[in-house]
Ligand binder design. Structure first.
Ligand code: GLN
Ligand code: ZN
Length: 772
């Protein structure tokens, strides 16, 4: 029984790589210094894995920015627009690499970055490969070989990790018409063969091919391409041991393909999809080993050894110990580095800490499970098992986790809890009477510029350099200025500006019971950007109002309606580490009830419009389509539970910032928000088609101002966008607003842009009056 790891976080326990990259970009360190820091991190991670007792240690899992971009460079899939800087010898290979990741705007160049998108259903973002019809591939970078050699010099025969050719192609995008990227396999495969040859020459024994698409919905062509890939590799290299890694979902209908591949080992994720174990064991042929991903690589909870051992034992009974490998479910890239870095009781109490396990701790879990399953090192392993049983038992019973009131409230949810009193038509009449808004009402999405100054106040209260009341006074002033600006510019529905919030999830998590925050639990989101997701460990409830103070304050200083601003239950869930001891749907409903309480309090405080942001509903969609209905069922319900407490005259808004609605438009309609604001300006209103074709019944605010750019849009271009919207959606349903919040923008451009936007709405109203 071997142990192995699929990948280790490269960012460093103190975000060393983040800091080094940023220092390099700002010219504070040289490329040699950056390369040295990279090497140091690799050696440190290898050493750690070696000391933990992992048998097969990954290499080529390191990256200065992103492993998919590394691969694009490896196979020479470099878009033409970078040729010029690559040919101009003035900068280094590293600069070309970062130019692809981040764009290049200096020395007279202005080259855009490659697109970035989410890595499956994680919060990691990769650089999307760009493919052209006449795409050619050549082995351009020997990173994988160099890192293998580096590990070898360090005394480790590592297991290089490569994204498999078909998964790599599927991760990319065609940049011109007339072909499908899967057709490029024939040209791509020889480059992989060349690379494998070099690894084999250097002494590689195992190679890990990540084939995550084997756990997704793929068509026959894609299945055939996968089969062809491994046949091709096997024909050329009969002796190399290949491990095919799947993760994030089950093999399901791809099982027979997966077990028929001519490889040595197949890795399956039995955390995410334990149901597949029996089928895999039934189907697996004699010459194939099975890697059991039993340790959760996506979450931070301590493993349940008893449960994992029962999985391993089950497999041992069918295929024997020798053909089993034990591993985390996926790369550990998605969890923070080291729980030992959490030393502050004010963040994580000792009790909660005993429930958790970060990357380093997960390595130990893998090794301990092997020892237990293999009866090695018995005395030590038995003690570890006993402790694990005790810790998990304590967690199960902890008073910190369980709140019967919350559980009772969730079980008492009925259809009525999740339904407004009357339908939209009736509500709309009440709301019109209450709010008396003009045609094409104008509003914003919530946040106003979070200047360095505003952020510095927060930092100062934390360091006790500002008292609470000083901080409050500063925020009041900022809020008041923002209200005055909105009045002056003529917006119809105002917001308070969200100056008191660091982040739209953290702000709520900090005030809810059942959440904790780590001090150092950083996870790479993209490039040098890291996030520190909140940890939902227990039943969620809201001890006190969270937003009423600031919303009420803002409303008290203006006669215009101020919109209360909340983050929705699905988004809070989606952007946190979620407890694994109950279904996500349960946790989501608990959060929904907490938000519902806040909605009720806002309404009682005289707030007439409340927005519940759900930018993460779409990204929460399961990877496999057959799992969509169940997810949509509970997630939409959770939103409705959070929003349905109000009277008909109170207007509920929701906001989403992405642009694909076609396949979930019915569910969006089922949310039954009175107004939905969406990102639209970059797609030039194209996405409104989904709403128009569907005859979306409620009000819509298609974004007319792209807030991702400092550019100030002109009134006439916004009038054009609105006129386009007007042909698709009845005017009585249309709102006028930016694409998203303005927190990343500067004040001067924000002011100018909103002035133009209000002007555009007025022009639309005049046009309408002239028509009548
Ligand atoms: N209300 C939030 C804001 O304006 C919404 C952010 C988001 O959609 N991501 O910042
Ligand atoms: Zn948004």
């Amino acid at each position: 029984m071997l142990t192995h790891n699929l990948g280790y976080p490269r960012i460093g326990g103190n975000r060393e790589l983040k800091k080094a990259c940023e220092n390099y970009w700002s010219g504070k360190i040289t490329s040699e210094e950056l390369l040295a820091i990279g090497k140091e991190l690799r050696l440190k991670n290898w050493k750690l894995q070696q000391e933990s007792g992992i048998d097969l240690i990954p290499s080529n899992d390191f990256s200065f920015y992103d492993q998919v971009l590394d691969l694009s460079l490896t196979v020479g899939a470099v878009p033409d627009r970078y040729r010029e800087i690559i040919e101009s010898k003035s900068n280094s290979e590293l600069d070309h690499y970062f130019a692809m990741a981040r764009g290049y705007q200096k020395d007279g160049f202005d080259i855009t970055a490659m697109e970035m998108t989410k890595w499956f259903d994680t919060n990691y973002h990769y650089i999307v490969p760009e493919f052209y019809k006449n795409q050619s591939f050549t082995l351009k970078s020997l990173k994988a070989v160099n890192e293998f050699v580096e590990a070898k010099e360090f005394g480790i025969t590592s297991k290089p990790v490569l994204i498999a050719p078909v998964s790599y192609l599927l991760l990319g995008k065609e940049k011109e018409e007339g072909f499908h990227r899967i057709e490029l396999l024939e040209k791509l495969l020889p480059v992989y063969l060349e690379l494998i040859g070099k690894l084999v020459n250097e002494g590689a024994e195992w190679i890990q091919f990540d084939e995550p698409f084997l756990a997704l919905d793929i068509n026959e062509t894609e299945k055939n391409a996968i089969a062809k890939t491994y046949d091709g590799i096997r024909a050329e290299f009969p002796h190399i041991k290949i491990l095919v890694a799947t993760y994030f979902d089950g093999l399901k209908d791809n099982l027979s393909l997966a077990v028929s591949l001519p490889v040595c080992a197949l890795h399956v994720d039995v955390v995410r999809y334990p149901e597949q174990l029996q089928d895999v064991l039934t189907a697996i042929p004699e010459n194939l080993s099975l890697s059991l991903g039993v340790i959760d690589g996506r979450n931070i909870w301590k493993n349940d050894y008893k449960n994992s051992l029962s999985i391993i034992d089950k497999a041992v009974k069918v295929i024997g110990k020798d053909r089993i490998l034990i591993a985390p479910s996926c790369s550990l890239l998605h969890v923070p580095c080291d729980l030992e870095n959490e030393t502050n009781e004010a963040f994580l109490t000792t009790e909660i800490k005993t429930w958790l396990s970060f990357a380093k701790q997960k390595l130990t879990e893998v090794v301990t499970l092997r020892q237990l399953a293999n009866s090695e090192n018995i005395t030590v392993a038995a003690v570890a098992l006993q402790r694990n049983i005790e810790d998990n038992a304590k967690r199960k019973k902890s008073a910190l986790i369980h709140d019967d009131n919350v559980k009772d409230r969730v079980s008492a949810i009925t259809d009525d809890t999740a339904r407004r009193k009357n339908n939209f038509t009736i509500r709309k009449a009440f709301q019109e009477q209450e709010l008396n808004l003009p045609l094409y009402p104008t509003t914003t999405i919530g946040s106003f510029p979070q200047t360095t100054e505003v952020r510095s106040w927060r930092a100062k209260v934390k360091k006790d350099e500002l008292t609470k009341s000083q901080y409050e006074a500063l925020l009041k002033k900022e809020t008041e200025d923002t209200i005055r600006f909105q009045e002056e510019v003529g917006l119809d529905v105002l917001v308070h500006g969200e100056f008191e919030r660091n982040d739209m999830v953290e702000y709520f998590g900090e005030q809810l019971d059942g959440f904790v925050f780590t001090q150092n639990g950083w996870v790479q989101s993209y490039g040098s950007r890291c996030v520190k997701p909140p940890v939902i460990f227990g039943d969620v409830s809201r001890p006190e109002p969270m937003t009423v103070f600031w919303t009420k304050y803002a409303q008290s200083i203006t006669d215009k309606p101020v919109k209360g601003m909340l983050t929705g239950p699905v988004t809070i869930l989606q952007w946190s580490f979620v407890r694994d001891d109950q279904p996500r749907s349960q946790t989501c409903l608990q959060i929904a009830l907490a938000i519902r309480d806040e909605v009720a309090d806002l309404e009682n405080a005289g707030i007439k419009i409340i927005q519940i942001d759900e930018p993460a509903i779409r990204e929460g969609l399961p990877l496999r389509k057959d799992e969509w209905p169940q997810y949509l069922d509970w997630s939409i319900k959770a939103f409705r539970v959070s929003s349905s407490v109000v009277e008909d005259a109170t207007q509920i808004h929701t906001h989403m910032c992405y642009s694909e609605f076609n396949d979930i438009i019915q569910d969006i309609a089922d949310m039954d928000a009175d107004v939905i604001t969406i990102e639209c300006s970059r797609s030039q209103m194209e996405l409104l088609d989904a709403f128009a074709n569907f005859k979306y019944p409620n009000d819509i605010g298609p974004g007319v101002y792209d807030i991702h750019s400092p550019r100030v849009p002109t009134k006439s271009e916004m009038v054009d966008l609105l006129s386009k919207a007007d042909t698709l959606i009845p005017s009585s349903q249309l709102w006028v607003n930016p694409d998203c919040g303005l927190k990343t923008r500067h004040w001067d451009e924000t002011k100018k842009a909103l002035k133009q936007m209000v002007g555009a709405a007025k022009a639309m109203r005049e046009k309408k009056t002239a028509e009548v």
